[in-house]
Write a protein that binds this ligand. Sequence first.
Ligand code: UDP
Ligand code: MG
Length: 314
Amino acid sequence: MAKRPTHPQLCLVIPCYNEEPVLPQLIERLSTLKLEIPYRVLFVDDGSRDGTLRYLESVCASDERMACLSLSRNFGHQVAVSAGLRHAKGDVVVILDADLQDPPELLPDFLAQWHNGYDVVYGIRTNRKETFLMRMAYSVFYRLLDRSANVTIPRDSGDFALIDRRVVEVINSLPEHNRFVRGMRAWVGFRQTGVSYERPARVAGKSGYSLRKLITLALDGLIGFSTVPLRMAFWLGMGAFFWGIARLPGLVGQTWFDDWLPFANITTLILLLGGLQLAVLGIIGEYIGRILDEVRGRPIYVLKHRLGWAAESD
Ligand code: UDP
Ligand code: MG
């Protein structure tokens, strides 16, 4: 079992996008947190348009445990978390949402499991305070991911997790541009376990995830961790081909005897097959688009400035 340092240091990574309304409550909840080990906080301002950065500047100025990375624009949650992981200090890192949907009060349980020898401890959401439709969508997505991904990504686990320094280093060394943090976290291996918790609603403000961002996240997960959609496209094509073969004798007979091909029949077939082909091209396109992202090799984020202890080194 991995030996834990005698005086470990904890670093909380908190991505923030337009979180001005929740920040006072977040700081309050963090300040009342009773932890056995000292902790520092690294906020990542993901190009917020409201007063988030201003608020974080004052927080960093008044408390030396606080630091902030400010990204040059909105790069998205997964990139903000990745930036945080790269700059986090300490022996253990915890990724936490700013909106208090990931209760910091769970940290003692996480730490206990870390002391038990687990290198990754992630939160498992037992129930979600979301609309019925969203819950259904999440459920379908996690089941699909479970069946198709080539690593087991724990169902209903989000990015809320405690990660040991060794594992953080491995995640940081993964070069991919399409960051699906919970997938990379599952991929690295080591000893992992989950802690169940009820996911509350966000305390204030509104979700920074638009439907488009959510769909992109879902596709990043599915496409980044599985080639099943491509194989599915192949089988769909084969199915359509054999369907056509099966219809061939009937079609020949019909032309022979009736000398007339039902128009409706043909248009339906064209629509069906044309649609199928475009859909399959779309699937391939999703992969190609991501390959292009990887090949271009741009940095995944641009830092505007660093505040607090994050400004000190490297
Ligand atoms: N977030 C971010 N960049 C974005 C969207 C969200 O850094 O483009 C942060 C946000 O501030 C929060 C976390 O990611 O701390 C989770 O986002 P949110 O609560 O909006 O998502 P939801 O819980 O609704 O899925
Ligand atoms: Mg949230």
